[in-house]
Design a protein around this ligand. Sequence first.
Ligand SMILES: Cc1ncc(COP(=O)(O)O)c(C=O)c1O
Length: 388
Amino acid sequence: MTEGIDWHPGLGELPYSPIRHMFNTAAKMDDVIHLSIGQPDFPMPEHIADAMVKAIRDGHTGYALDAGLPELRRAVADFYSGYHGTSLGPDNVLITTGCGQTMFMALSAASKPEMEVVIVEPVFVFQHVIRMAGAIPRPIVTTAAEGYQLDPQQVRDAISEKTCAIMINSPGNPTGAVYPRSTVQAICDIAAERNLALISDEVYDRLILDGGEFAGVLGCADSLDNVIMTSSLSKSFSMAGLRLGWAISSERNIVDLQRYHMFISTCENTPTQWAGVAALTGDQGCVEEMVAAYRQRRDRIVPLVDAAPHLTGYTPGGAFFIMPSLPESCDSFEFAMRMLHEIGVCTIPGGTFGASCNNALRISFATSMEKIEAAFERMIPWLSRQSF
Ligand SMILES: Cc1ncc(COP(=O)(O)O)c(C=O)c1O
């Protein structure tokens, strides 16, 4: 009998994903409507698939350079220079397996033992990486009633002499909240003043539902010396399974992350990188079409949430999520599971994204309008029968 490996204590504290728990339970049931899925429901655009197949047929199946295919680094730099009106070169870009890998690298490299990383709740899963690295997440709380907007003063107040980094995510998962330029600008300024690493997860940067410009750190920071922006092709081009993303930062930071990258994945899938070149340099109409569909669904789901008893909604400006809150006494884990069992609607408990949002539900609209309508036809009468 073995007692198993005496792991790093951080591993023991890693929770089993409540998202998986909901999916696994739903998989054993019939007639479930999923408002739970965190990935686009559109097919990957054909010209991108063609580019990938062509790359394989042309024999581009060996290792690529460890920082990424030069053509892709150039395409990412050119795309973001245009998107944010800034001036980036290939050396500002490191190609990775996705925003998830980039966040892992950036957070584990910037989180110093016993020091604090300021995070914003509701928060997507990466606070666990901070813990694994021996640092302490220091959460700021945002609420549905305020559209999950962040007041830069909250960031100032959360910083102490123990702070080593700040992590933000706009548009956000699970909230869909998009920060205005004034907020992003202020956070960039605070990070620069205090010499803190600012890690900005912008994986939904193309899914902006209200038109106009998107304020990302690349367009707001005076310098990238302390800033790492992370994103990927997963959401914008509906190619989450192909696994391709990037870090953008100063050339010096990219060289440092490149050294780390060598030990994690050596280099990324070469044909996928050619698909990435096709995605970023080809017609962007496919992204606009998907965004238009998400916008239509968002515009339907907001009044449905408003019509649902006990839910406090708001209008998410990006991504494909809304996270309405329930009365404070509600335990989202028990509530979401009961709703799944009783009416076959699968959502994600808000508690997954932090203790401060355990009275909320993440609802994804990466699904058809018909399914959204059908889900709320079940939810509204069921919610009206609940008391708190
Ligand atoms: C906020 C956020 N960051 C990162 C990721 C991971 O993205 P990728 O597929 O690029 O690794 C996700 C995926 O759901 C996400 O929601």
